[in-house]
Write a protein that binds this ligand. Sequence first.
Ligand code: HEM
Length: 160
Amino acid sequence: MESERLSSTERALIRESWQKVSGNPLQHGIILFTRLFDLDPDLLPLFQYNCRQFSSPQECLSSPEFLDHIRKVMLVIDAAVTQLENLPCLEDYLCNLGKKHQAVGVKMDSFSAVGDSLLYMLEKCLGTAFSPDMREAWTRLYDAVVKAMSRGWEAHGEAE
Ligand code: HEM
C-alpha cells in the first residue's frame, strides 16, 4: 500500500469528513448499502444468514445479521482512517478479508459499486462541504483498501 501514500492534505480532508460520519456509523452504513442495492440488486442474494435468502433490499436492511455486516464495513473504513499514516499495517488483514469475500461469491468488479456508494453516502452526509478534493482523497483511500483486498482474489489465481 506504499505506492498509494496519501498526502498530509488528503489525510486531513479524510479525517475531517469522517468525523461527521463516524458519530453514527450504522445510519450512514444503511445509506451506503441502500445505494449499493439500487446500483447492483444482484448483490442481494450474496447475503444469506442461516441459508435464508432475502426477498427485498428492505428485508435485508432490517435483518440484525446484515446490520452487523454494515457495522463491520464501517469498522474497516474507520480502521483505515485511523491508520492513514500506516496503511501497510492493514495489508494482511485486508488480503484475508478479500479471500473471505471471494469465498462467499463476491466478484472484484462489485467493489467499484461499493466505492460509488461510499462517495454517495459521504456526499449525502456532508452536503456542499464534500469538496472535489475530499472526493479525490476518499477515492484514493478506497482504491488502496480495494487493492489490498484484491490480493485475496489473486491468492486464489482468480483476479479480475
Ligand atoms: C460487494 C459488497 C459486499 C458483499 C456482497 C459482502 C458480503 C459479505 C458476506 C456475505 C460476509 C459473511 C457474512 C457476514 O459476516 O455478514 C461478509 C463478511 C464481512 N465483510 Fe463484507 N461484503 C461486501 C463488502 C464489504 C466491504 C466493502 C467491507 C469492508 C471494507 C466488508 C467487510 C466485511 C467484514 C469485516 C466481514 C467479516 C469477515 C469475518 O468474518 O472475519 N464487506 N461480507
